[in-house]
Design a protein around this ligand. Structure first.
Ligand code: FMN
Length: 369
C-alpha cells in the first residue's frame, strides 16, 4: 500500500509556484558543463532523474553569473550569455515534463574561485586570503589565492551579472532563481566579518555588509517582475570554514531575514550542518529563525537523512520544504521510494573520487549496482 504521509506529500506555494510536495533537491556543483559554460551531455539525465523520482522541486548547482570574477570551478556551467542560457532549455523541459519545479541557483564564487577562464583570477570584498584549501574534487590544489579587492565598479558589474543571469534564467524557462548568499562565496564574504575589511558603504556595520544582498535582490526583482520566483540561500558555515557562527546571537539573523523579505524574496533557504539543531547555543534553528523573522516560505537543509527527519521539520513548522543533498545523490527517487517503502541506498563519498562530476558518479553507480 502506498505511504500517505500527508505532511511531506502535501502541496506548498512559494511565490506563484505550487510545489506538489515538501521534498526538494539541494543545489550541488557537479563540474560537468562544457568549457564554454554550456551544459554538458550528462546533465539532462542527472536532473531529469530527480523529477522522475518524485521531488517537487529541484534546485540546480551554483551557476556562474558573469564573465568577470564569478566563475568558481572548471567545467561549472554559466548563465552569462544566450548560448549558455539556451543550453539549459532541454533540461528545463525534461524536469517540467516530469512534474517538478526547477530553480536556477546563481552563484558568484568571489575569493573562493578556483578557476576562471575569463579573467584568470579571484576577487572578493577585501584582499584577504581565504582559510582552508582549494577543493581537489573540483580540480583545485593547495591554498586559495589572495583575491583582488573589488572596486565599486566591480561591485556594480557583479550585481548586473546577477540581474542578467536571472533574466536569462527566466528566458530559458526556469521557474525561479535562488541567489547564493551562503557557504563562503562572494555574498557571504561580504557579511562575514573577517573577510570584509572595507571602509566604504559595503563594509563595517551589518547594514553595510548586507548592502550587496539588498541591491541584488531589489535589482533582480525589478528585472524579472513579481511572477518569477526569487529566493536566497543563507548559511553560517562555509565550505572553507565549517564552524563560523554569525555574531549577535540571533540579532544578526533577525535583521538579515527581515531585510531579505523586505527586499522582495519569495523564500529563504537556510543550510546548517544539521538543519534542526539550534543555530546558536540553544534556542531556535536557523530555519526557525528565518520562519520567525522572514515571513516568507522557508526551505531547510542539512543532514536530513530519512522520512522521519523531513516529517519532523515540516510537522513542527520549522520549515515549509526540506532540501536534501547527499541523500538525493544516492537516491534520486527518494520521494517515490518513501511512497513505496523501498530501502534507501547509502551515500558514499567514493562517487566524488577523484572528481565530483557526473562521469565519475556514473562509473561509481555502474560498479556498485
Ligand atoms: C557535491 C556537492 C556539491 C555542492 N554544491 C553546492 C552548490 O553549488 N551550491 C550550494 O548552495 N550548495 C552546494 N552544496 C551543499 C548542499 O546544497 C547541501 O547544503 C549539503 O550537501 C548539505 O546537505 P545534505 O546533508 O543533505 O547533503 C554541495 C554539496 C555537495 C555534496
Amino acid at each position: 500500500m502506498e505511504n500517505k504521509n500527508t505532511t511531506i506529500f502535501s502541496n506548498h506555494t512559494i511565490g506563484k509556484l505550487t510545489l506538489k510536495n515538501r521534498l526538494a533537491v539541494a543545489p550541488m556543483t557537479r563540474v560537468s558543463g562544457n568549457e564554454d559554460g554550456t551544459v554538458g551531455p550528462l546533465m539532462k539525465d542527472y536532473y531529469q532523474a530527480f523529477a522522475q523520482g518524485g521531488f517537487g522541486l529541484v534546485i540546480t548547482e551554483g551557476i556562474y553569473t558573469d564573465k568577470q570574477y564569478s566563475q568558481g570551478y572548471k567545467f561549472q556551467p554559466g548563465l552569462s550569455d544566450e548560448a549558455q542560457a539556451q543550453s539549459w532549455k532541454p533540461i528545463v523541459d525534461a524536469v517540467h515534463e516530469n512534474g517538478a519545479i526547477f530553480i536556477a541557483q546563481l552563484m558568484h564564487a568571489g575569493a573562493l574561485s578556483q578557476y576562471n577562464k575569463y579573467t584568470g583570477c579571484n576577487a572578493g570584498p577585501s584582499a584577504v586570503k581565504p582559510l582552508g584549501k582549494e577543493m581537489t574534487f573540483y580540480y583545485g590544489e593547495g591554498d586559495y589565492s589572495t583575491p583582488k579587492s573589488l572596486s565599486k565598479t566591480d561591485i556594480d558589474d557583479a550585481i548586473n551579472g546577477f540581474v542578467n543571469a536571472a533574466t536569462l534564467a527566466k528566458q530559458a524557462g526556469f521557474d525561479g532563481v535562488e541567489i547564493h548568499g551562503a557557504n563562503g562565496y562572494l555574498l557571504d564574504q561580504f557579511i562575514t566579518v573577517h573577510t570584509n575589511e572595507r571602509s566604504d558603504e559595503y563594509g563595517g556595520a551589518l547594514v553595510n555588509r548586507l548592502r550587496i544582498y539588498e541591491e541584488i535582490i531589489r535589482s533582480i526583482r525589478a528585472a524579472v517582475g513579481d511572477d518569477f520566483t526569487v529566493g536566497i540561500r543563507f548559511s553560517q558555515g562555509k565550505v572553507n570554514d565549517f564552524e563560523y557562527k554569525w555574531p549577535g546571537k540571533g540579532e544578526d539573523a533577525k535583521y538579515t531575514f527581515e531585510l531579505a523579505t523586505k527586499c522582495g524574496v519569495d523564500y529563504i533557504h537556510t543550510t546548517e550542518f544539521v538543519a534542526k539543531e539550534p543555530a546558536f547555543e540553544g534556542g531556535l534553528s536557523l530555519a526557525e529563525l528565518a520562519k520567525q523573522h522572514g515571513g516568507v516560505s522557508v526551505i531547510a537543509n542539512g543532514s536530513i537523512s530519512n522520512e522521519k527527519d523531513a516529517t519532523e521539520i515540516i510537522e513542527a513548522s520549522q520549515a515549509d520544504v526540506v532540501t536534501v543533498g547527499k541523500l538525493a545523490l544516492a537516491n534520486p527517487d527518494w520521494p517515490n521510494a518513501i511512497k513505496t517503502d523501498q530501502e534507501l541506498r547509502e551515500f558514499s563519498f567514493d562517487m566524488f573520487d577523484p572528481i565530483a562530476d557526473l562521469k565519475t558518479a556514473n562509473e561509481f553507480f555502474a560498479k556498485n549496482t
